[in-house]
Ligand binder design. Structure first.
Ligand code: ACO
Length: 325
């Protein structure tokens, strides 16, 4: 049976770099605090002509070029995002128009930071039923437009960017072969971004504080480490795969301390874990595809070798995925 294989990757980062030193002018923080607590040294901030759909389009274009596929060949475009350009139409529709992907249907998904991994599972299932399908999956965020720049607990953590992958069916044994996905909506209050205030007076809420990210950092930290570790262990066990069989682990880039804790729990050596959180901060649904593209372009993804993704985000949503590159 043909499996869903990534044929090409791409990414797009805003030009503007915001360092921790610059953030010291915005909120009561310090480079030392942010670097030691999170590993983040800088993040990218979107500017003119770097709207969510524009970053998404440029990442998608690069992934198509890497895959050697024309936009008209695409059957489906999916964008994972929690910071869409508009609520309607979807960011995917903007991307479809920008690319001229006239034969593709298009929609967005929201699984917060887990969006790209959920999207890979979605693409995998489409391709199982129609192996010739060509799917462009993008994770794109402009979180700088959605954080409260007066809240030092959150504004130092997030950044903007987009990453993309083109997938289709392949019968040579490579491709996605396992996923382990979860959600627990009971824990939504630990990390959320509210909607704009209701225009319907009857639906206005007394607890509405603004349409930006709010978080309980220490609880998120504990759940992230525990739930990602449980997911990975369960996935590896179900496929009779050991940590030694993994050639590269690409985790969601939230925070270096979460990643170090996770790495220690799983027993994955440091050199097998891809990290770029220092450069981009937490780009939510874009974090894994940006990392995947960088790993690809650095030659760290070896044909036929096993790659492990793991992810965690608001919802709560979390999970892990195995593929043979
Ligand atoms: N600069 C300076 N001080 C700060 C800052 C800041 N940017 N942010 C918070 N503080 C203060 C708090 O106000 C608090 O002060 P108080 O004790 O006077 O009330 C104090 O620092 C808290 O310090 P610590 O307990 O040492 O903080 P902690 O070690 O828990 O680190 C952090 C906080 C970095 C948020 C941590 O909890 C964390 O990484 N959580 C995970 C959050 C995350 O990654 N979220 C992303 C979304 S989810 C995901 O993608 C996985």
């Amino acid at each position: 049976m043909k499996k869903a294989v990534i044929l090409g990757t791409g990414s797009s980062l805003p030009e503007r770099i915001l360092t921790n030193a610059e953030l010291e002018q915005v909120v009561d923080t310090s480079d030392e605090w942010v670097t030691s607590r999170t590993g983040i040294r800088m993040r990218r901030i979107a500017g003119t002509n770097e709207q969510n759909y524009q970053l998404a389009t440029s990442a998608g274009r690069r992934a198509l070029a890497d895959a050697g596929i024309q936009p008209e060949e695409l059957d489906l475009i999916v964008v994972a995002t929690i910071s869409p350009h508009m609520i309607m139409p979807s960011t995917a529709c903007f991307v479809q128009a920008e690319l001229g992907a006239v034969n593709a249907f298009a929609y967005d998904i929201n699984a917060a930071c887990a969006g790209f991994t959920y999207g890979l599972d979605l693409a995998r299932n489409y391709i199982h039923s129609r192996p010739d399908m060509k799917i462009l999956l993008i994770g794109a965020e402009t979180l700088s437009a959605r954080v409260n720049w007066a809240d030092r607990n959150t504004c130092v953590l997030f950044g903007d960017g987009a990453g993309a992958a083109v997938l289709s069916g392949c019968g040579d044994g490579r491709g996605i072969f396992g996923t382990n996905l979860h959600a627990d909506g009971r824990l939504w209050k630990l990390l959320f971004m509210d909607s704009p205030e209701s225009r319907n007076p009857d639906l206005q809420r007394e607890d509405w504080q603004g349409a930006f990210i709010q978080m309980n950092g220490s609880d998120i930290f504990k759940y992230a480490v525990r739930l990602m570790a449980e997911s990975v262990n369960s996935l590896l066990t179900s496929h009779a795969i050991g940590v030694d069989d993994i050639s590269l682990m690409i985790p969601h880039q939230a925070n270096i301390r979460i990643l170090k804790n996770l790495r220690d729990r799983l027993g994955v050596p440091e050199e097998k874990v891809f990290i770029n959180v220092d450069k981009y901060g937490n780009t939510s649904a874009a974090s894994i595809p940006i990392a995947l593209d960088e790993a690809n372009r650095q030659g760290r993804l070896v044909r036929g070798k096993i790659v492990l993704l793991c992810t965690f985000g608001g919802g709560l949503t979390w999970g892990s995925l195995l593929m043979r590159w």
